[in-house]
Write a protein that binds this ligand. Sequence first.
Ligand code: FES
Length: 162
Amino acid sequence: MVNKNNYTRKDFLKTAGSTALFATLGIGFYGCGSSTDAMDGTEITPPPGGNAAIAISNNGNTITIDLTESSVSGLNAQGGWMLIRNASTLVVNVDGSTIRAFTSVCTHAGCSTNWQFSNSRFECTCHGSRFDTGGSVVRGPATRDLQEFSVNRDGDELVINK
Ligand code: FES
């Protein structure tokens, strides 16, 4: 944690460099919520200087995830989830073995980056809509379910087709 009063040019460049790297590579993670939000699971965030860009490739409508990479290996556990921002995709391990993927574009008003996950529920914090791990609405104001994407797992490789 950088003390605001001691934030140096070097600190700025370090932070800006990380952001620029991920922006350049087109890989985006979103660490929603606090530790209390992930009561039954693992919120996946890349470690500082991590290699998320190696773990995930996004080629248009196909996303490939290497589950052996430490930055995404949390998806191997029940409740592990992530938001791939540049692909507008939510990914969650629902039971320890089954991984599902959905659009992150909320069916209420289109927010796509404000997600939390706890107690087997996704919540879009824009207005509080909740969805279960099948993408079904469990609390409004959204009235339509999240679109689900197909997920194929071959060993440690996960392929999501949108
Ligand atoms: Fe998600 Fe409104 S856009 S709850």
